[in-house]
Design a protein around this ligand. Structure first.
Ligand SMILES: Cc1cc2nc3c(=O)[nH]c(=O)nc-3n(C[C@H](O)[C@H](O)[C@H](O)COP(=O)(O)OP(=O)(O)OC[C@H]3O[C@@H](n4cnc5c(N)ncnc54)[C@H](O)[C@@H]3O)c2cc1C
Length: 271
C-alpha cells in the first residue's frame, strides 16, 4: 500500500525539501525539528544544476534566483600562490548545458525559502522544539558514511547500508589493525554480509581479503561467487545499533570513561 503520511526528523535543507517533494505526490508529512526556532545557521552554499532543477520543480527556484549570485565560472584557486588551477564555466553555460542554473547563496536563505514554501503547503505540518530521542547515533564524523569500531578498537567496520532486522550489511569493508601500531593487517571486502546466529558469525558473500605485512600487501584472496567467515568478527547486528557519542556530545565523566576504555591515554596527563 503506498504511503500516505510521513514523519520527517529535522527541518534542515533535506527535511524541508523532502516534505515538499512528498506533498507534490500527495503525501502529507509532519516535520519534527529539535530547535525551538530556525535562525541563521551555516555558511555559503553552492547549488549546482542537478539540485536547482529539483528546486525548480518544487516551485522555490524563482525566489532563490532573486537572492543568489550566479557566477560566470567556478574557479579553483591555489590557497598558497592564489594561482588559478582550474575553471569550470557556469552562468549562461550551465543553463544551456544542464538546463538549470548554478548559484551561490547563504544556507539560511535556502532554508527560509523552503520553510516559507512548507508553511504554505497544507500537506506539511511543522513541529518546532520537538526532538526525537532514543535513536542510536551510528555515524562518526561523516554522516554519509558508517564507520564503526569493533570490540577492542582494533577492528573498524564500514558499510554502505545496514538492515539490522535482517542482519544484513551491503558493501561492507572490515579493517583489522595491529592494536599497538594501528598498522593495517587485513582488509576484508564483501558485496554483502549476513549474520548467521547459529554460527555466531557474519557470512561474507562475493568479496576478497588482503593481508598486509609491514605495510605491504602479502596476500590477496578473492571469494567471488562464494562465501567466507572470519571467526574473530563476533560483533552481532545489535552491536552496530549501540549509541556512539561524538566527543563534543560527551560530558566530562563520559569522556574520561571513553579515554580510559581506550586505554591509550591517561586523562590526568592532559593539561
Ligand atoms: C562548511 C560547509 C559547506 C557546505 N557547502 C555546501 C555546498 O556548497 N553545497 C551543498 O549542496 N552542500 C554544502 N554543504 C552540505 C550541506 O550544508 C548539507 O548537506 C545540508 O545542510 C544537510 O542538510 P540536512 O537537512 O541533512 O541537515 P541539517 O541542515 O544539518 O539539518 C538537520 C536538522 O535536523 C535537526 N535535528 C537533528 N537531530 C534531531 C532530532 N533528534 N530530533 C529533531 N530534530 C533533529 C537539526 O536541528 C537540524 O535543523 C556544506 C556543509 C558544510 C558544513
Amino acid at each position: 500500500m503506498p504511503a500516505k503520511h510521513a514523519a520527517i526528523v529535522g527541518a534542515g535543507i533535506a527535511g524541508l525539501t523532502a516534505a515538499l517533494a512528498l506533498a507534490r505526490r500527495g503525501i502529507s508529512s509532519e516535520i519534527f525539528e529539535q530547535a525551538p526556532e530556525l535562525t541563521e545557521v551555516g555558511a555559503g552554499l553552492q547549488i549546482s544544476p542537478n539540485a536547482s532543477r529539483i528546486l525548480a520543480e518544487l516551485g522555490v527556484l524563482a525566489r532563490l534566483t532573486d537572492a543568489w549570485l550566479e557566477p560566470d565560472s567556478i574557479q579553483l584557486i591555489s590557497g598558497t600562490s592564489l594561482r588559478r588551477l582550474a575553471a569550470v564555466p557556469a552562468g549562461s553555460f550551465a543553463r544551456a548545458r544542464w538546463g538549470a542554473p548554478y548559484g551561490v547563496l547563504h544556507r539560511s536563505t535556502l532554508q527560509q525559502t523552503l520553510l516559507d514554501a512548507v508553511a504554505n503547503e497544507p500537506l506539511c505540518q511543522m513541529h518546532l522544539g520537538a526532538q526525537i530521542k532514543g535513536r542510536p547515533t551510528q555515524t562518526y564524523l561523516r554522516p554519509d558514511r558508517k564507520w564503526i569500531f569493533g570490540t577492542g578498537s582494533s577492528r573498524i567496520y564500514y558499510y554502505k547500508y545496514f538492515e539490522p532486522a535482517d542482519g544484513v550489511m551491503v558493501d561492507v569493508h572490515v579493517y583489522e589493525l595491529e592494536p599497538n601500531t594501528f598498522r593495517l593487517q587485513r582488509h576484508v571486502f564483501a558485496e554483502r554480509a549476513r549474520w548467521e546466529p547459529a554460527l555466531n558469525a557474519w557470512i561474507f558473500q562475493d568479496g576478497w581479503w588482503r593481508d598486509f605485512k609491514n605495510g605491504t600487501e602479502s596476500a590477496f584472496t578473492p571469494f567471488k561467487g562464494q562465501t567466507s567467515t572470519f571467526a574473530e568478527m563476533k560483533e552481532p547486528p545489535s552491536y552496530f545499533l549501540k549509541e556512539v557519542k561524538q566527543d563534543k556530545q560527551m560530558n566530562f565523566e563520559e569522556a574520561w570513561q571513553h579515554l580510559n576504555c581506550q586505554g591509550k591515554l591517561d586523562p590526568f596527563r592532559i593539561s
